[in-house]
Design a protein. Sequence first.
Length: 341
Amino acid sequence: MATSTQKDPKRTDRYGIERVHADEPSAIDRLREKWTWFDHIMRMQERYSEQGGNFFAAAVTYFSVLSIFPLIMTAFAILALVLRGSEQLLEQIQSAITDSIDGSMGDTINAIIEGAIDQAGGVFTVGFIATLWSGLSWMSNLSNAVTQLWKRPLGASNFVMGKVRDLLRLLGMLVMILLTFAVTAAGSSGLTQSLLDKIGLAHVPGITIIAGLIAIAIGLVANWLLFFWMLAFLPRGGAPFRSAAKGAIIGAIGLEVVKQLGSVFFSNALSNPAGAVFGPVIGLMVVFYLIWRITMYATAWTATTEEALADEELDAPAPAVINVRAEAANPSGLNRLLGSK
């Protein structure tokens, strides 16, 4: 047989190294060779573990919770500014508080509201600046996290341009979140039931179950839009749209499960005094952590599709180091190495 200098493609691994004697495949390896979808799941898990998916999910959760409080401060300041411009609405709210709360507690709450209205401008300024700072930090860390799962270098960029990009990502994220909540609210509100009443199907047996399934389907579509945007545009360098669309399906299903479980948890937690004090904070942290874990897993799935791996820059193996012993440079040294005298 003639000698060939060409590598056998059947024996060449992804690093371009030809391996003649492969190790005996394990049961998992045989399943990965048999089912491509199972191989993709294993690639996703390997990428998630290697790149520290749990660590990034916890870090983004911290920045998410940190961003909540300035956002609440800004929202209350905006509400106070609205009440300042509508004396009739303010009087209605104060009257409702006085009628529903006995004793001096109602007067105390009304005094707090009046003080908040008087200081609304300063609170809004502080809250807006804090919201902008924490929001940019949150978006920067979220973008860094998903970029790391793509095994891409973060790179040093201009500080100002980096903040501008983070601001654009933040605005896009807020738009997608508002769109998601709007679509979900439309599906879970009485809109579906109203449509059924108008077309005369409200009394059809089982229509309530069908309406619930329609609401879940609408929620899944909204979730998919949000995750598609995150998976496609948050990583530095972007992502293939086809891979992002597939990964967004995982994120949409996972987010819908978290939303359903979260609604059950919060409804039960707020039904007793102890749960009303500690439940919302603990529940919020758990929900955020689960959402960002799902995001990291969806990113790992997107980054390990065949399309994404084809464009991935593989790390070159470390160069071989050959140490030449000086004693072999003369005949006597060579004889000692060969064991002859």
